[in-house]
Write a protein that binds this ligand. Structure first.
Ligand code: COA
Length: 150
């Protein structure tokens, strides 16, 4: 059964690998993936300072999400599911956790700067489009920004 729990600082390297494997499902080449490396890294310090939750299936990491809040908005920093477990409900469960965490921090909306291939997932979860923003990793690339009312 899929269960959620807070990430542990020592899981940083394994969670970073999970993020990279997950991002690569969209078919990006090595150059693109290398450019994303920094943005997809979860350090022990981030895990301690931020809200980071993992999904586990039978004791194995199945996905990870990170939320940062400031004032009345919160940002979904990461949401990555293990490639072999896509479309099995882990994304929805982690997003539900992200929404609850953001709400508890006083946010009224969760902002998502999404991979273009993931945007339809967020729209299905109730997010609405809010323009395009520059990618944090690839100069000149624009990605969808979405807003999920809480
Ligand atoms: C986007 C992502 C997190 C979705 O997670 P998931 O575990 O596959 O999604 P779920 O199984 O919980 O799906 C929930 C619903 O969304 C739908 N859905 C999932 N991915 C979808 C997609 N890419 N496009 C459209 N609908 C999608 C499912 O069919 C399901 O629909 P339902 O309401 O009929 O049941 C996952 O595809 C992923 O990790 N992708 C690679 C990394 C990435 O791009 N992450 C996002 C960074 S912004």
């Amino acid at each position: 059964m899929l269960a959620l729990r807070p990430a542990r600082p020592e899981e940083g390297p394994a969670l970073t690998e999970l993020c990279l494997r997950s991002k690569a499902v969209w078919g990006y080449d090595d150059t693109f993936m290398q450019a994303c490396g920094k943005e997809l890294t979860l350090t022990p310090a981030t895990i301690l300072a931020s809200h980071v939750q993992v999904a586990e299936l039978d004791g194995r990491l199945a996905g990870v999400a990170e939320v940062k809040s400031s004032g009345d908005t919160a940002q979904l920093e990461k949401l990555f599911v293990e490639p072999g477990l896509l479309r099995t409900g882990a994304g929805r469960k982690l997003l539900d956790w992200a929404k609850a965490t953001a709400r508890a921090a006083g946010a009224t909306a969760l902002v998502i700067e999404a991979d273009p291939d993931a945007a339809d997932f967020y729209r299905r979860m109730g997010a609405v489009d809010d323009g395009l923003v520059p990618s944090g990793s690839i100069p000149g690339r624009l990605i969808p920004r979405l807003n999920l009312p809480l």
